[in-house]
Design a protein around this ligand. Structure first.
Ligand SMILES: [Zn+2]
Length: 170
């Protein structure tokens, strides 16, 4: 924890937000008990958002993608949302389809928040991307990904196979 700066407390319900010594939440929140509790909540929220992103779960309803830098992957259903019988079924129904993309970009509550948060990589549903990313930009990024993926993945499996073959015959 740093020594703090003087400024306006970031807790919206701070009872005296101006000219406070800010020492919590990267020097944005003051030392009132309720403000410290607010800071703790924010840290926990960020941590669980990061944890679910790492676990490959989609972005929560709160945070959205406001800047799309690159598409890294696609999946056509979310196994975590399927019941066990569905997952074990021989075929999936069409209504189990839920297209998501692994997106490198900026995520946040709004555009400013997303710029502040910097870059991250998360799974985002197509239906959510449509809401925040302009159609032309989205179509462009997805087309670029789709056109390049066949060639790159083909080369990757040939390379992997050759490496495996070399190792097993060494
Ligand atoms: Zn405060």
């Amino acid at each position: 924890m740093g020594r703090g700066v003087i400024g306006r407390c970031a807790n919206p319900s701070c009872k005296a937000p101006d000219s406070r010594l800010l020492r919590y939440l990267n020097n944005t929140v003051c030392a009132f008990g309720t403000c410290q509790a607010y800071a703790t909540e924010q840290v926990a929220a960020r941590r669980s958002a990061t944890a679910s992103a790492a676990a490959g779960q989609p972005v929560g309803p709160m945070e959205q993608c406001f800047h799309l830098e690159q598409i890294l992957g696609v999946r056509e259903c979310e196994p975590t949302e399927l019941s066990v019988p569905k997952r074990c079924a021989e075929e999936l129904d069409e209504d189990d389809q839920a297209i998501s993309y692994e997106v490198r970009g900026q995520f946040g509550m709004d555009e400013t928040d997303a710029q502040r948060a910097g870059f991250d990589t998360r799974w985002v549903r197509l239906t959510d991307l449509i809401k925040t990313i302009e159609y032309e930009a989205l179509d462009d990024a997805l087309s670029k990904y789709e056109l390049s993926v066949h060639h790159r993945m083909k080369r990757a499996r040939v390379d992997a196979y050759n490496r495996q073959w070399l190792e097993s015959s060494a």
